[in-house]
Design a protein around this ligand. Sequence first.
Ligand SMILES: Nc1ncnc2c1ncn2[C@@H]1O[C@H](COP(=O)(O)OP(=O)(O)O)[C@@H](O)[C@H]1O
Ligand SMILES: [Mg+2]
Length: 260
Amino acid sequence: MPKVIVCGRGGSGKSTLVTILAKSLSKRGKVLVVDTDESNLGLSRMLGQNQPEMSLMNSLGGKSVVREKLLASLKGEKTEQEGFFREDLYLDTLPSECVGWNGTIGNLRIGKIEHSNEGCACPMGSITRSFLKDLKVKENEWVITDTEAGVEHFGRGILEGADGIIMVVDTSYESILLAEKAKNLVDETNKKFFVVLNKVDDEVESTLRNELSARGVETGGVIKYSPDINKANFLGKSLETGMQGENVDELVSNIINVMS
Ligand SMILES: Nc1ncnc2c1ncn2[C@@H]1O[C@H](COP(=O)(O)OP(=O)(O)O)[C@@H](O)[C@H]1O
Ligand SMILES: [Mg+2]
């Protein structure tokens, strides 16, 4: 079953969509939510879960250890293993200190910025790439990856381990441009692509669909503006089924059809 990456501009609703998808898919099987956005503090709140004890980065020895390993491989020095993991990974056997399971939803953080001046995010990109590639997903299991804003992570190769990309587009010109750019980048790969409009009403939905279509980007689904989602998020409460309107089941089915 699929591993998907959710992207879009900052504030477009990536974490909201990740949560809605995770909660809906968890009724059908196991879902692992992977948080790769080092400045995303609210995702576990939206899921209504506690943060895992440790990030994957820290369980691998921390940023400096990971950075050393990357530098060694850049210099062509042989290390004891290729990639960061010795063998294939499975949802059932991930280190328990890195995954918080609540029923059938697990949440795992790649790493977070913990100190000022701690350096660039390259080690996190490398771990994400290696993790998604080595993670084996069985029937009725899903991996949903929440990303930082923009499309820079495309360049870090994290698409490699994923089956498809879901692009969240909100009501902004920047989102339209970003969707066009993402579509062009995805077209260079064999990955699937699905666009979700977020925070729209009927009128805006139609305008946004046309603007995207004129740029060769077709809309796959829609989440309407919901005062309940907005309120839950600013109060740091979990998102519950029903807050996102009636069309969410159809949206999730369409995503499953395209990504499977
Ligand atoms: N469908 C929606 N209706 C109303 N508000 C929304 C909706 N989707 C997202 N929001 C609001 O938009 C803001 C950004 O959402 P978030 O999911 O955190 O974005 P991102 O992860 O892309 O930065 C939040 O305050 C959230 O409450
Ligand atoms: Mg987010």
